[in-house]
Ligand binder design. Structure first.
Ligand SMILES: O=P(O)(O)OC[C@H]1O[C@@H](O)[C@H](O)[C@@H](O)[C@@H]1O
Length: 304
């Protein structure tokens, strides 16, 4: 699959084209009357979403690497079939779906001017070495005034499987000092930086040091209030009862080669997921859909 054959099959004149970020690494580029966006076929990773008149809602590191087997640092990597580190240290963190090329299966313009893209990933010999189950994953992305992602996971095996997952979204903020995550007040969280001890969130989440937490029982809307930009990013979730909030701050980000210097100030991860106690158990042939809709609101409208 290369960008020439993908263009022949999927390009839509004036709306969708496919170009290589590096040789053999196709990126779907979308521009419609509502927004522009880009999606990498590798990892089915949304890399940018810019509604008309807005700055990009997503953040990608300027030093991100576009190569097979490594997730791009930024955008919305898909963590699946496990979230976080694996008990076997040889296994990749956050599963393997973000490290593989997916299949682009459909692109279409709908009657409201939104663009819909479908990508899929199925088990093969390489995946079964890491996770011995048959599966089908499908990501539907809709780019319009809002960005919607729906990740459907189907258990095609004959066994019951337990899954954890995340739409590991990196959001673009003006300055982390003036950013807050709203909507988690009162939620219990597991603090990865304090021996996974549990605490209750009081008020908004604010940032002045490394932060890495799994919030539980979080089915409601969440907002990232961005003082510098005077906007709020709204997340409406479905099929998700947990949320990770992460900022690596100075020391951890400087240990990552693909994390641009000082980039921790301009991003925050608010990850829609099924993690911690929110494990998805699928019977054979059963499916689960994890979804998020992301939109920008002016700070004034969002606080009413
Ligand atoms: O470097 P990775 O594997 O993309 O992970 C980034 C971060 O992902 C977050 O979801 C985790 O909570 C962090 O602990 C982790 O550091």
């Amino acid at each position: 699959m290369n960008s020439i054959s993908l263009n022949e099959k999927f390009a839509i004149s004036g709306f969708v084209s496919i170009a290589d970020a590096s040789p053999g690494y196709p990126i779907i580029q979308i521009s419609n009357s509502h927004a522009s966006a880009s999606i990498s076929v590798h990892g089915a990773q949304v890399l940018s979403f810019q509604p008309k008149g807005e700055e990009d809602l997503l953040w990608v590191s300027k030093t991100a690497v576009f190569a097979e087997g490594k997730s791009v640092r930024g955008g919305i990597p898909i963590c699946w079939p496990w979230f976080g580190t694996h008990p076997d240290a040889e296994m990749p963190a956050h599963g393997f779906a973000r490290n593989r090329f997916w299949q682009l299966t459909a692109v279409q313009q709908d009657e409201h001017g939104s663009t819909e893209v479908m990508l899929c990933l199925e088990d093969d010999e390489a995946s079964r070495l890491l996770w011995p189950h048959a599966f089908e994953l499908q990501l539907r992305v809709s780019v319009g005034k809002v960005l919607s992602l729906e990740l459907t996971m189907v258990n095609s095996s004959k066994e019951v499987v337990d899954l954890t997952a995340a739409l590991h979204s990196y959001f673009n903020v003006g300055d982390i000092a003036g950013a807050a995550v709203r909507g988690l007040d009162g939620a219990e969280y597991i603090d990865a930086l304090q021996d996974s001890r549990r605490f209750i969130q009081l008020g908004d989440v604010r940032f002045d040091a490394e932060l890495d937490r799994i919030y539980q029982q979080t089915a409601g809307d969440e907002f990232i209030d961005d003082d510098l930009r005077g906007r709020s990013i709204r997340l409406q979730k479905s099929g998700s009862n947990s949320t990770v909030v992460w900022n690596p701050w100075i020391a951890k980000s400087s240990r990552m080669d693909d994390f641009e210097e000082g980039g921790y100030r301009r991003m925050v991860c608010v990850e829609t997921g099924n993690m911690g106690e929110d494990v998805v158990r699928l019977e054979p042939d059963a499916a689960h859909t994890l979804g998020v809709t992301i939109s920008a609101e002016s700070a004034r409208a969002a606080s009413v």
